[in-house]
Write a protein that binds this ligand. Structure first.
Ligand code: F6P
Length: 324
């Protein structure tokens, strides 16, 4: 097995707060172990374009508390094309990069997997996405920050909702899964949550709202994951199906992606960043590192790609129990 002396690092897909902390952890761990590190700009696009430059220990100073990613990121569908992968591999070789650390969500796994399985490039993925939708891992980098950002906004919305005796529909991110919505609903004391995994029953939600109103409830918050329907559509239907309730909408949108990472997002980034370099140095390639409970693990990318992370149905039921 060829000894790894130089690694490349990139961030790809939707940015997630804590990516910078992960970059810092990877760069510093690699340098500590005597490796040279190249930063690749704009995810897989930078690999194709050769937008690659060396990173020293100081180039990651002062970034642990910053949202976004200093390496920039992009969604890069063209990386699915073999001709572009070939150019990327040529650039990897040209810069003398022996292994790659790919930080990101689902798309980054697919790209990392292609480089490892089809082109034999040693790759390790680090799960970073606000969606928390990667299996074999409890928490993606950025999820906790996104949830706390949404929570801060919802606490404020609750104040105005209570003052006006209003119902608020709050739309949060989550195109394909309701993990953010569910966590936020539990933490904010929302009256109901609509998630893509469970067919929405707006009739039931409206009955709950009317019942609450009759017994003098002063505010209600309904969390909707964007993948179910828009907050505006949900509000329109709720207005039609309830009696005389004032309904307003707040779409939290991209604020969930930015901002300074929470302690939890930073600490997970530090641990996963170190683990990724360790895994490469042990000669284990084609893995995604993850955290399960207190354990750091490394799982084959193929296995991660084949598995869908599921929601905990008891969390969904708990939102209903606590709102009654
Ligand atoms: O994957 C993270 C995420 O923020 C999703 O929750 C959201 O649906 C999507 O990205 C939006 O992506 P884009 O900014 O590329 O439209």
């Amino acid at each position: 097995m060829q000894k790894i002396k130089t690694i490349g690092i990139l961030t790809t897909g939707g940015d997630a707060s804590g990516m910078n902390a992960a970059i810092r952890a990877v760069v510093r761990t690699a340098i500590f172990n005597g490796l040279k590190v190249y930063g690749i700009k704009r995810g897989f696009r930078g690999l194709i374009d050769g937008e690659i430059e060396e990173l020293g220990a100081q180039s990651v100073s002062g970034i642990i508390n910053r949202g976004g990613t200093i390496l920039k990121t992009i969604r890069c569908p063209e990386f699915k094309e073999k001709k572009n992968q070939k150019i990327a591999v040529e650039n990897i070789k040209c810069f003398g990069i022996d292994a790659l650390v790919v930080i990101g969500g689902n798309g980054s796994l697919a790209g990392g997997g292609a480089l490892y399985y089809d082109w034999k490039i040693p790759v390790v993925n680090i799960p970073a996405s606000i969606d928390n939708d990667l299996p074999y891992n409890d928490y993606t980098i950025g999820f906790d920050t996104a949830v706390n950002t949404a929570l801060e906004a919802i606490d404020k919305i609750r104040d105005t909702a209570t003052s006006h005796d209003r119902v608020f529909v709050v739309e949060v991110m989550g195109r394909d899964n309701g993990l953010i919505a569910l966590e936020v609903a539990l933490a904010s004391g929302a009256e109901a949550v609509l998630i893509p995994e469970i067919k929405p029953d707006l009739k039931k939600v409206c009955e709950l709202l009317d019942k609450g109103h009759r017994r003098g409830k002063h505010s209600s918050i309904i969390i909707v994951a964007e993948g179910v329907m828009s907050g505006y559509e949900a509000a329109k239907q709720i207005r039609k199906m309830t009696t005389g309730l004032e309904v307003r909408v707040s779409v939290l949108g991209y604020m969930q992606r930015g901002g300074s990472p929470t302690a939890f997002s930073r600490a997970i980034a530090a641990r996963l960043g170190e683990k990724a370099v360790e895994v490469l140095l042990e000669g284990k390639y084609g893995k995604m590192v993850g955290v399960i409970g207190k354990d750091l693990i490394a799982t084959d990318i193929k296995k991660v790609l084949r598995t869908k992370k599921t929601i905990d149905i008891s969390d969904y039921q708990l939102v209903g129990v606590l709102s009654s």
